[in-house]
Design a binder for this molecule. Structure first.
Ligand code: SF4
Ligand code: SF4
Length: 734
């Protein structure tokens, strides 16, 4: 017993010392990040999130097989905490048991149940990893680029914990020192005991001690590996989930902060940091994100850029930032002074993933300290510009991530530095910025033409003339696309006609309207966004002057305007009730102010715009409208929260798509796969992208000429029009 105690305690002390040193290092590194505001407020909501996402594994269970396997592994770890205490207790006394409940059979059953459940989960994970092996499936595997060797080691190690546990418990049973006596309820231990019984009491005594010590050794090795690997998430995930953006990292971008304080764009401080230009510019929450990544690849599997052959994988972005942070740590928290100048040299040993920017320099020397955060392969950048600018900010990664990593925020923060400090952005964006600055819209159209769309309508569109009468319920925010882009104008006209038919009091701003600033903000040009947003907020606050919040209503057809006006303008003093046209039209149908009388008897597939769906969780209203119009809805395989981007978000609408398959073509192909008569959507940008994709496929003879891309408002308009004269649906649709 004494030898067993000494060896057991020695292993424990060594394991705790090595792991403890690493934990201290991680704490110092993560807390060296910049401060960030609002991450511990609203304790109640955070606790609820912990219960749903950590205890309930809400996000993981969206993927039923791996989710269930992870659920049992996570709970297995929690429950098997009892066996860990029992193991260490057995070092001191062979008959150790928890005090009043420690010898009850139900506890033995629960422990064995979870031991077996974890073993089954490990087998499931193993099968999944073989089926998804990146060596075979390459970029199609969600584990491509992940550290698969470490993952396998940990799976074997957990299996080792479970097997050594069962063997020493079986031996304990046979030597008469099992805390549950001769009970068969700890069924797995009982089975092992029966298998070992023929070996006799002497051998079982040796087995008991040997496997107890092995169990301790494997647990301590596991602890050391966990704090040195991606399995850190076991400890960090609850912290990261608890400090997440509430409700999540979608919807609005955060106001720019420097040292935890919002930047005053009218009078910025001399030492304010704009965006992230170095790894140490990230906040502690960003660094916690990087350290928490489980390398599961759920984000990568949903990313439209990755799925169309671009080098951007949200997983690799997070892994690269983490690996760079860890490799640069000696300069951030150690004694090493970063050299002021030195030649940055690449590493000879890459880890074989060409899309990984970190792999260009992997050591912890001066090259790591000096390399640019964003830069080409020649510059040894951690994140390649092609990676940074491929993002459409669609949010699929954030939606999927089981540990609530906020990829979009990090990507936009790096773009902010590149755009505002380095003036280093895709050249096409220069034109868009100039158009926004000079003309107030990305197309560079004349602001006076914002009412051109009204000219072909056979009713008058009310324009704001300086005062808002009481019977005006909504400001109809037309948006730049809705005013200037030919296809989007059809949507604007359809919505105006439907509002007119339903007798809704509304006005439009006309030339007073300016771009909300969404594309500038997503492209990292926060200065320009602030300028446009301030201008709009001033106009809107004047327009709604004297009205309480509930009556400051705006209806929009563009989900990007919807998101910016509703979620981002409150950051600069603009508070309004913003609805998307699909929500308002749906309500008008329910109130029978719009009555569909001529059903659209066609098959329609609906494409969820990212900024309406994932970013703002509006999935049902447009679908109900498709149903109300009498059309038959055919869902694409990727829809609702797993919808696939059209390729226009994140200011990608104004950038050339030079790498891989075009995202809009990928989505159009998926839509055509449902054999629809029409592809409906609720966003002018999606409409443009899908129309372009459809036209290309029609030119190639792959799609039927009769298929059209429409807005759901147009479907409804066709259905509510009564007489043949009014029913100029073809005119309206195309
Ligand atoms: S936001 Fe979309 S495009 Fe950007 S990294 Fe995430 S999944 Fe990929
Ligand atoms: S970022 Fe999230 S979803 Fe992506 S690999 Fe890491 S843990 Fe998984």
């Amino acid at each position: 017993m004494t030898l067993r105690l000494v060896v057991g305690l020695l292993i424990t002390v060594i394991g705790l010392a090595v792991a403890g040193r690493r934990v201290l290092w991680l704490y110092r590194l993560i807390s060296s990040g910049q401060p960030v505001s609002g991450r511990i407020k609203d304790v109640r909501a955070r606790l609820e999130t912990e219960i749903a996402e950590v205890a309930g594994q809400r996000k993981l269970l969206k993927w039923s097989v791996p989710g269930t396997a992870h659920f049992f592994t996570m709970w297995g770890f929690a429950i098997l905490g009892f066996t860990i205490v029992e193991t260490w207790g057995a070092l001191f006394s062979r008959d150790f048991a928890f005090w009043w409940f420690g010898r009850q059979s139900w506890l033995g059953f629960v422990e064995d149940f979870f031991t077996v459940a974890v073993i089954l989960a490990l087998i499931t994970f193993g099968v999944m990893r073989i089926r998804q092996a990146p060596e075979r499936r390459e970029r199609k595997s969600r584990f491509y680029g992940s550290h698969t060797g470490a993952a396998w080691a940990v799976l074997w190690m957990i299996l080792g914990v479970m097997l050594t546990l069962l063997i020493y418990r079986g031996a304990q049973f046979n030597t008469g020192h099992f805390m549950y006596g001769r009970s068969g309820w700890p069924f797995a231990s009982w089975l092992v005991a029966h298998a070992l019984a023929p070996l006799g009491s002497g051998v079982n005594t040796v087995l008991e001690t040997t496997f107890l010590l092995l169990n301790i050794a494997v647990i301590m090795s596991f602890l050391v590996i966990v704090v040195h690997s991606k399995h850190l998430h076991i400890a960090l995930a609850p912290l990261n989930v608890g400090a997440k953006r509430l409700p999540d990292g979608l919807g609005p971008l955060l106001p720019m902060e420097s040292k935890g304080k919002p930047i005053d764009f009218e009078d910025p401080g001399d030492d304010d940091v704009f965006g992230r230009g170095k790894i140490e510019d990230f906040t502690w929450k960003g660094m916690l994100d990087f350290a928490t990544c489980t390398e599961c690849g759920r984000c990568q599997s949903q990313c439209p850029a990755w799925n169309t052959g671009k080098p951007l994988s949200p997983k690799l972005v997070i892994m690269d930032l983490r690996d760079h942070l860890f490799a640069k740590a000696p300069y951030l928290i150690g004694d090493q002074e970063a050299p002021s100048d030195a030649t940055v040299a690449g590493s000879e040993h890459h880890h074989g993933v060409p899309e990984s920017g970190f792999g260009r320099v992997t050591d912890s020397g001066p090259s790591q300290a000096l390399r640019p955060l964003v830069g080409t392969a020649e510059e040894f950048g951690v994140i390649d510009p092609d990676v940074l600018w491929s993002c459409t900010t669609c949010g699929a990664c954030v939606e999927q991530c089981p540990v609530d990593i906020e990829h979009v925020d990090h990507i936009v923060d790096m773009r902010r530095y590149q755009t505002m400090i380095e003036s280093n952005f895709p050249s096409e964006l220069g034109g868009m910025f100039k158009n926004l600055e000079n003309k107030g819209n990305p197309w560079g159209q004349n602001g006076r033409d914002r009412l051109e769309w009204t000219k072909t309508l056979d009713f008058e569109v009310p324009v704001f003339d300086g005062s808002l009468s009481d019977d005006v319920e909504y400001l109809f925010w037309v948006g730049c696309a809705g005013a200037f882009e030919d296809k989007a104008r059809k949507t604007t006209q359809a919505v105006a006609e439907l509002l007119h038919m339903a007798g809704v009091g509304y006005v439009v701003l006309g030339p007073e309207e300016t771009c909300t600033g969404d594309p500038a903000r997503r492209a990292g040009n926060e200065f320009l966004f602030q300028m446009l947003a301030q201008q709009n907020v001033e106009v809107l606050n004047t327009l709604f002057e004297g009205r309480e919040l509930m009556r400051r209503k705006i209806v929009v057809t563009c989900p990007h305007c919807f998101n910016t006006l509703g979620n981002e303008y409150p950051q600069i003093g603009g508070d309004y009730e913003v609805v998307h046209h699909t929500q308002l039209l749906n309500r008008l149908v329910r109130e029978r102010r719009l009555v569909p009388v001529a059903p659209v008897a066609e098959d329609v597939t609906y494409h969820d715009p990212c900024y309406l769906g994932r970013h703002n969780k509006i999935y049902e209203a447009p679908r109900e409208l498709v149903g109300a119009s009498g059309a038959v809805l055919r869902e694409m395989p990727r829809h609702a929260d797993r919808s696939f981007c059209c390729g226009a978000g994140g200011a990608r609408m104004w950038m050339e798509e030079r790498i891989g398959k075009q995202i809009n073509l990928e989505r159009t192909d998926e839509a055509l796969g449902t054999a629809p008569n029409k592809i409906a959507t609720g966003c002018p940008f999606c409409r443009v992208m899908m129309t372009d994709g459809l036209t290309q496929r029609q030119n190639e003879g792959v799609a039927q000429e009769s298929v059209q891309v429409v807005d759901v408002a147009q479907l409804l308009l066709t259905a509510v029009k009564r007489s043949p004269e009014q029913s100029s649906s073809e005119h309206t649709m195309t």
